[in-house]
Design a protein around this ligand. Structure first.
Ligand code: ATP
Length: 197
């Protein structure tokens, strides 16, 4: 049996501002390697020629200027048109998948985390053993993102409205981590690790 088969692959998802990255960092401090799908999606969009060509074909050559992705331009397009957002995700996702598989092969720990905002939407959950959803109140999520990204409440609400509902993600997940400030994160993670390993 290959080493990969014995590895437990855990999906870590949640809506914008729920605290996925924050929770991922805590998992990482507990010794679990974390693959950040958003980071790898951006990396692929910068570096993989085949993907860049596909993006240009779909969104126009001017989406890259001097070989640099025009992030603001792309964001303006995808966050004002749900279909375009879906199209971009469907183009980028296969490349992130390849990067994830390569990453998994290199890991030596038996429990690995894949952090991704669109885990269910992309179908990536089918290739994972367990899914954990990070949940927070809407108000807290909005305030966190406004502070982190220095943006308006309207902009955060617009992006939240384009995502799957938190309640829906919770229903599809095996575990929920409550990240509302009142509950400690560490004991929740230790409990999950105990149950899955
Ligand atoms: P996105 O989908 O936009 O990437 P996310 O779910 O990964 O969002 P984070 O970036 O982890 O969310 O969290 C949003 C902000 O809130 C960050 O600045 C993070 O440091 C902060 N934050 C999240 N959870 C906590 C917490 N429990 N204590 C303190 N700060 C937190």
């Amino acid at each position: 049996m290959s080493q990969n088969k014995r590895k437990i692959k855990v999906g870590l998802t949640g809506g914008i501002g729920s605290g996925k990255t924050f929770v991922g960092e805590v998992f990482n401090r507990l010794g679990l390697p974390v693959f950040n799908a958003d980071f790898h999606a951006k990396k692929c969009m910068r570096e993989v020629k085949e993907l860049k060509d596909q993006i240009c074909k779909k969104f126009g050559d001017e989406i890259y200027k001097d070989r640099e992705l025009q992030k603001e331009r792309l964001s303006d397009i995808i966050f004002s048109d749900y279909e375009k957002l879906q199209e971009l995700n469907s183009i980028v996702h296969p490349f992130v998948n390849i990067a994830f598989k390569e990453w998994v092969k290199k890991q030596e720990e038996m429990c690995l985390i894949k952090e991704a905002a669109i885990l269910f939407e992309s179908g990536a959950n089918k290739y994972l053993d367990v899914v954990v959803c990070v949940s927070s109140s809407m108000d807290l999520r909005i305030r966190r993102v406004m502070k982190r990204d220095n943006c308006t409440k309207e902009r955060v609400i617009q992006r939240i409205s384009m995502q799957m509902l938190q309640e829906e993600k919770e229903k599809l997940s095996d575990f929920i981590i409550v990240n509302n400030g009142g509950q400690l994160i560490l004991p929740q993670l230790i409990n999950i690790i105990k149950q899955i390993s």
